[in-house]
Design a protein around this ligand. Structure first.
Ligand code: PAF
Length: 282
């Protein structure tokens, strides 16, 4: 396994590989790796000759300084975890100054409204920070394919839009959500919950499954109201939003069309820990 912290060294290494027409896959992460990341890395390994995993806690995507401080930095165990997947991975774990020099700020982007709803509404500038760092990583690694989890489905759409707008020749691959046995979507934030609350948090996925069944019979508004009532009756949860939207545009559902895809998105606080999840409805 090769570990780089300097972008110049990584670019030098990758240039040699690319001159031999070797295909490169990139899995961007913020570390604190779990089985969700594992599935991205495995998929990337199966589709590319060389795989780069970046580990970088990106300061510009945190609107809340406390959240950034609390974000677990576990480089040694992450490296150990990755080594057990494959000894051939290339790891890029740069310090902040390597990506941002002295200017730790986000670029401005226009994402056609994808970034102003849900996560974009409740976490100001979050997606500008994500796009800024992902564009930097794309320009350094110049991957053929890059892998993102569907748990952050809105992020996935925004990265696809970024690539479309900047005309970078990178294929963006979305990978299915990986869940704990009780249905809770894998997230580094789950670690912050005691076992008992983690069990209770499976209620989020169970409610999404029930909402999916209901969506076959009821309007989007009725299903969203039903979900809100469900969460109101559970004091351990604080529902931030439940949105049912068209899958590709994130526009609200006016009238259901059988040839359109819809998705439900949810953000819930469990004992101060913010969890998100989503589900395809048809
Ligand atoms: O999904 C994440 O872990 C982050 O938002 C990403 C894509 C690595 C950018 O920092």
């Amino acid at each position: 396994m090769l570990l780089f912290s300097s972008k110049k060294d990584l670019i030098g290494h990758l240039t040699t590989l690319k001159n031999k027409s070797i295909s490169v896959g990139l899995v961007p992460t913020m570390g604190a790796l779990h089985k969700g990341h594992l599935s991205l890395v495995k998929k990337a390994i199966s589709e590319n000759e060389v795989v780069v995993v970046s580990i970088f806690v990106n300061p510009t995507q945190f609107d809340n300084k406390d959240d950034l401080k609390k974000y677990p930095v576990t480089l040694d165990s992450d490296l150990e975890y990755l080594k057990n997947i494959s000894k051939d991975l290339i790891i890029f774990a740069p310090p902040v100054r390597e990506l941002y020099s002295n200017n730790i700020s986000s670029k401005e982007y226009e994402f056609d409204g994808l970034d102003t709803t849900m996560e974009g509404k409740f976490r100001s500038n979050h997606f500008l920070g994500v796009a800024t760092v992902v564009e930097k990583l794309f320009l350094i690694v110049k991957p053929n394919k890059a892998y993102f989890g569907e748990k952050d489905f809105q992020q996935l759409l925004i990265i696809k839009k970024l690539v479309e707008k900047t005309k970078m020749p990178i294929e963006i691959i979305g990978c299915p959500i990986v869940r704990e046995p009780n249905g809770l979507a894998m997230s580094s934030r789950n670690e912050r919950l005691p076992k008992e609350l983690r069990d209770q948090a499976s209620f989020i996925y169970k409610t999404l499954l029930a909402a999916k069944a209901l969506f076959g019979m009821k309007s989007a508004t009725k299903v969203m109201d039903w979900v809100k009532n469900k969460f109101d009756s559970q004091s351990v949860f604080n529902l931030e939003y439940i949105n049912i939207t068209e899958q590709e545009t994130l526009n609200p559902v006016k009238r259901k069309h059988k040839n359109k895809k819809y998705r439900a998105f949810i953000a819930v606080y469990v004992d101060g820990v913010r969890l998100i999840d989503n589900i395809a409805l048809n």
